[in-house]
Design a protein around this ligand. Structure first.
Ligand code: NI
Length: 193
């Protein structure tokens, strides 16, 4: 089932999400619904708070990016092969490398894209859908997507990184999104509509 995506302005996007146990009710259904929602909205990552569930769960499909790299992307990212993966109870252990800019967007903040600097690699501990523990280091565009989604489960949004002046310029657009005054081709949930 495709779930509505929570829009900017909803308090659930500001919650620090909590770890879950393996018997969390309806977990497998939630994961399957989140994949469906991700693809229905052409996203590359989706975090549980974005479907109004404040738990430490996010999905990443960076293959959608790496499978369609053009020549310029290949120069920047080499032969990176993306991942399609579920991250549960994720905790960042280390971030490394000179921060680099990338034009980011977010399904919860439609029609706004900005260059955001993030570090190059991330070492992260998490459990998969079978609650098997993993500790893995990611780089490239995959690290970028993971760090964006990880921020969601920490209650952070990519616009938080913008300089005050830039944010001021976006204020009206953000207020419009919060009030439901935005046209998107996927279902959204607005706090103030
Ligand atoms: Ni996002």
């Amino acid at each position: 089932m495709v779930l509505p995506i929570v829009a900017y302005g909803h308090p659930v996007l500001r919650k620090k999400c909590v770890d879950i146990a393996s018997d969390y009710p309806g977990l497998q259904q939630l994961i399957s619904d989140m994949w469906e929602t991700l693809y229905a909205s052409n996203g590359v990552g989706l975090a549980a708070p974005q479907v109004n569930v404040p738990i430490r769960l996010f999905l990443v499909d960076s293959k959608q990016l790496t499978d369609h790299f053009d020549e310029e992307d290949r120069l920047q990212f080499g032969d990176e092969v993306g991942i399609k993966q579920v991250f549960i109870n994720a905790h960042v252990l280390e971030i490394n490398g000179e921060p680099w800019p990338y034009n980011e967007g977010c399904l919860s903040i439609p029609k706004i894209r900005e260059d955001i600097y993030r570090p190059q690699t991330v070492k992260i501990a998490y459990v998969d859908e079978q609650f098997q523990p993993h500790e893995e280091t990611y780089g490239g565009i995959t690290a970028r997507v993971i760090l964006h989604e990880y921020d969601h489960i920490e209650g952070k949004l990519f616009i938080d990184y913008l300089k005050p002046l830039k944010k001021k310029l976006l204020r009206k657009k953000l207020d419009d999104i919060a009030r439901g005054k935005v046209e998107v081709n996927y279902k959204m949930l607005f706090a103030k509509a």
